[in-house]
Ligand binder design. Structure first.
Ligand code: ZN
Length: 713
């Protein structure tokens, strides 16, 4: 999935990549956080960094993208087996872990567009097609569809809802345009697609059509495939419309693992579970949306609502009628995670987990196979170290998740299965779309932001210098980075975003409190979730020489390696505390603006100060780690438990699966993070009592985290 910033593509011209050369570690600035003496580790890292190969990564990518491999299909199983084979070759103790989960696939999808006089304007959906793509005609290519879509047969008038955000529906209501019983046509972009369907359903719509407007994803951006990287006319973005902001994973088993032996009696009816839409929805190309938009009557599109199709948009209804059929075949189907383990030599019960998903809507060259190809080269690098006699201090787990696209299912079920033991997990490193261009980007919990900057400082970029350096340079070219985090670092430090949702870090961080990161190398990517995200598009547009696969293999592997071997866990809680103080200050301003002067932020702010003081003390212990293993072990456990203390037992109001008090996907954004979500969502809903109660929950969590750090020896 992973389209956290769907509009934040890079507009910098990529410099011609310099040919790959022998990797050497750029000079390291003095000590590395988490290590008493980094000298020995630097030599291990150098040996690791020499292994990942652009050529072999390209071969993995070619193999992984040979066939479409949607979750639970035989081709998906073959993909899992390929990955398992590579894990075993590298010396990992490997198993394929199956789950039985509810998934839909389309039996029939139809779209007929009629003019006001009843003339048939379009019978679709039109098959995705361009001239000269070798992959589109494979008989294994299915019709585009929405995971978790409702079934239905609807004939109705249409209302255009722009991006389908809350403010868009509010504007329609203010103009007395009623969406009840209508088909809502909305464009992709700005927020997670499931939220668009959720809002349309809440407001009484009968069905939803989602399309890619050329303004956001098509010819307005640049040349379309096969001439360039952008979305061609008939291309459709498939994707899940699961209400994952309620809970992700198998819709029938929130909080429970869908193992093969889980009895049906332990499953709940999906359509009443709250995470599945009740109304049908279909994804469309701009080719198929055009006749609807062109004939729609009603008021002209207000400012910001006009897209790039060559005519004036109107809000509707009237002028056009649509007949939509969506028949979805729901079955419990088997999916396959691949889990590879290396036992740690000193702290075998501490796990460093690094993962990427392997299922794709179609071929999935960028999403997710570029991430998988890079991960396989990371794993091969770790395998070479193992053969040289090295063992990591902590255990390492490499994971290749299945059914991420349908709603983070493989990762969520695995995390739920290990719920009693996730305290053992000291970090989760995610990669989804590994590479679709040259710009490194990252998101993380605040405690791991500096860790990420240090790791990227140790890896060479194909553009010269370190990845860190190129990351900084490319950041300067991005004026807008829509983020709410307070700048807790020097201004010229590259920006690390906050974790919302849309990929497999969600169950780790937001359900179990595992410190997480998410990395990618970004670029113009107009074939997201379409048949054109294939090997031909990738080698033409994203990474012709696979140099960025090699780069990401090094960064991803080094994250895992450096964390696994650290003396003391390199979590920076001072940075975390600073960010939280910033979130609280912003929430307080929001409360004052909303006229809630009586709301008492005092206890939460006091708890945040307590957390800050505890973080400063423990930071000093971390920079001069004790040689006493027992003390070190206690310090590490305290560091790990501090993040767990940020979970609340009851979870967020109305969505108890989400337990993290600092980060959740926004209920009305889906991908973008909501910070201190309990408090902020109560303020947004003007619920003063709920805000007061959520401030208490937050204060309790922060005090708990502070006390945990205080107890470190
Ligand atoms: Zn993905």
């Amino acid at each position: 999935m992973n389209m956290r910033r769907p509009l934040a593509f890079c507009f910098l011209l990529a410099l011609a990549p310099v040919p790959s050369r022998a990797q050497s570690v750029p000079p390291l600035a003095a000590p590395v956080f988490g290590y008493a003496d980094f000298g020995r580790e630097a030599r291990i890292e150098a040996r690791f960094l020499a292994v990942p190969s652009a050529k072999l990564a390209g071969q993995h990518l070619k193999a992984l993208t040979a066939e479409p491999h949607r979750a639970s299909t035989p081709q998906d199983r073959k993909t899992a087996e390929y990955i398992a084979r590579m894990f075993r070759q590298a010396g990992l103790e490997t198993e394929i872990v199956p789950y039985r989960v509810l998934l839909n696939q389309p039996k029939a999808e139809r779209l007929e567009v009629y003019s006001a006089s009843g003339q048939l304007l379009l019978a679709g959906p039109t098959r995705e097609h361009v001239d000269g793509d070798a992959y589109q005609d494979n008989p294994g290519v299915e019709m585009p569809f929405h995971g978790s879509a409702g079934s239905g047969d609807v004939t109705a008038q249409v209302v255009y809802a722009n991006y389908g955000r809350r403010e868009d529906f509010d504007l329609l209501a203010a103009r007395h345009i009623d969406v009840r019983g209508k088909i809502v046509l909305a464009r992709y972009g700005a927020i997670f697609r499931g939220v668009k369907v959720y809002l349309a359903e809440q407001r009484g719509a009968a069905a939803v059509l989602l399309y890619s407007d050329p303004e956001d994803d098509g010819y307005s951006k640049g040349d379309t495939y096969p001439e360039g990287p952008w979305r061609p006319e008939t291309s459709v973005q498939s994707g899940s419309v699961q209400y994952l902001f309620k809970y992700p994973g198998d819709p029938e088993t929130p909080g429970v693992a869908s193992t093969l032996d889980l009895p049906d009696s332990a499953r709940i009816p999906a359509r009443r579970s709250g995470n599945q839409p009740l109304i049908p929805s279909i994804p469309l190309s701009y080719h198929d949306a055009a006749p609807i938009l062109k004939n729609l009557k009603g008021p002209g599109a207000p400012q910001g609502w006009q897209g790039a199709l060559p005519f004036r948009y109107h809000l509707g209804p009237g002028g056009v009628r649509v007949h939509l059929v969506s028949q979805q075949d729901y079955q419990r189907r088997v999916i396959w995670d691949v889990i590879g383990r290396i036992k740690g030599a000193e702290f075998p019960d501490e796990w460093v987990i690094a993962g990427n998903h392997h299922d794709a809507w179609f071929y999935g060259a960028a999403d997710p196979s570029s991430g998988t190809a890079a991960m396989l080269e990371s794993v091969r690098g770790i395998g070479v170290l193992l053969r040289q006699g090295w063992r990591p201090k902590r255990s390492m787990i490499f994971a290749s998740w299945d059914a991420e696209e349908e709603g983070l299912i493989g990762s969520t079920e695995w995390v739920e299965q290990h719920a009693g033991t996730t305290e053992n997990a000291v970090a989760y490193f995610n990669m989804d779309v590994g590479v679709c261009g040259p710009d490194f980007i990252a998101s993380a919990v605040p405690s791991l932001k500096q860790f990420l900057r240090e790791v990227t400082g140790s890896v060479l970029s194909p553009l010269g210098g370190s990845v860190y350096r190129q990351w900084r340079i490319s950041e300067l070219g991005h004026s807008e980075r829509n983020d709410i985090s307070t700048p807790a670092v020097a201004e010229d430090e590259p920006h690390v975003g906050v974790l919302g949702s849309g990929s497999d870090f969600t169950p780790f961080l937001q359900h179990e409190g595992v410190p997480s990161t998410d990395i990618a190398s970004e670029g113009p990517y107009g074939v997201y979730h379409s048949v054109f995200d294939n090997f031909a598009w990738y080698t033409q547009n994203a990474d012709p020489h696979f140099l960025y696969l090699q780069e990401m293999a090094r960064v991803f592997g080094l994250e895992a390696l450096r964390m696994a071997d650290a003396d003391v866990l390199p979590y920076d809680y001072v940075a975390y505390a600073r960010e939280i103080a910033g979130y609280l200050a912003a929430a307080r301003r929001k409360a004052l603006d909303a006229g809630m002067e009586a709301l008492d932020f005092g206890p939460a702010q006091a708890a945040a100060s307590h957390f800050f003081a505890a973080a400063e003390r423990v930071h000093r212990l971390q920079t001069t780690p004790s040689g006493d293993l027992d003390k070190l072990d206690k310090l590490n456990k305290a560091l790990r438990r501090a993040e767990i203390a940020l979970l609340s037992e009851n979870g967020l109001p109305n969505r108890p699966w989400y337990r993290h008090t600092i980060y959740a996907p926004g209920e009305f954004t889906g991908y973008a993070a909501m910070v201190i979500p309990g408090v902020n969502e109560a303020l947004d809903a003007r619920g003063e009592n709920r805000a007061a109660q959520q401030l208490n929950v937050l204060a309790h969590a922060l005090d708990g985290a502070a006390r945990t750090l205080d107890a470190a020896p």
